[in-house]
Design a protein around this ligand. Sequence first.
Ligand SMILES: C[S@@+](CC[C@H](N)C(=O)[O-])C[C@H]1O[C@@H](n2cnc3c(N)ncnc32)[C@H](O)[C@@H]1O
Length: 276
Amino acid sequence: MTGQPPIASEAFKQFERDKFSLVAQGYDRAIAQITSQVDEAILDAVEAGYGKQLLDVACGTGWLSAAAVSRQAIVTGLDYADNMVAIARLRCPEAEFQIGDAENLPFESERFEAVVCSLGILHFPNPERAIAESFRVLKPGGRYAFTCWTPPARNPFMSLILGSVQTHGNMEVDLPLGPPLFRFGETVECKRVLSSEGFTSVSVTELPIKWTFSTPQDVMPKVVVSTARLGSILVMQTEEQRHNIENAIIEGAKKYVTESGLEIPASVVLAVGHKP
Ligand SMILES: C[S@@+](CC[C@H](N)C(=O)[O-])C[C@H]1O[C@@H](n2cnc3c(N)ncnc32)[C@H](O)[C@@H]1O
């Protein structure tokens, strides 16, 4: 149990769809190259390879789908935000992309041999339903893998952004209530939910990721133009709060300056299950 009030699912889904459509270009330029650092590990986990029917849920701008196509898998990508899908189609014409909801997959049962979902699970108001849908469309013997950000205590990037808002601003801005960002950053929760939806041989590992920027001054503007919830939380502060948050982010980021720019460490959990 998460202990938070019920989520207005449709309002939250609409917020996500509209916001990701708005930031699609920014996401593709700034974030997709970061999330794609774990693409090969995700594809290894589901044994993506020649001729395998693979579904990429919440495919975003198509980087993971393209990596699966490079392994000669037969790839279908699905995302709720039309502008994300438009970029995915340009990036990877070899895959088939559809606009759709992870919680109501528009596919017949037992169609795919592998289902992947990179950093989508924290965007679904009813993640159990999304996991059940992925289970349904998998063939017996198929594999499912998703990733989620680890919580701020183990994730310096998230700690820097959210810690700066908590200290200098207000986390309770007027956004549709969404699912907890870091619920599936916990091994125990991943194992519990995957097992209860029918998956076996469940395994959970943690993988490092680096957020790269040119300078500490780049961090907040990039997050604002390329993310949905984080960017909205930053934009919806008062001018004074925003100013103080930005200064705190710049100060906190300075310790991650390298010879080639700025590298802020982070990590994701990779959860994998088999359909018996
Ligand atoms: C953080 S992005 C991840 C994109 C991509 N998988 C990656 O790793 O870069 C989250 C994606 O989830 C999509 N999304 C949010 N809610 C969704 C839903 N209910 N069904 C399908 N996609 C959804 C968003 O449009 C966005 O493209």
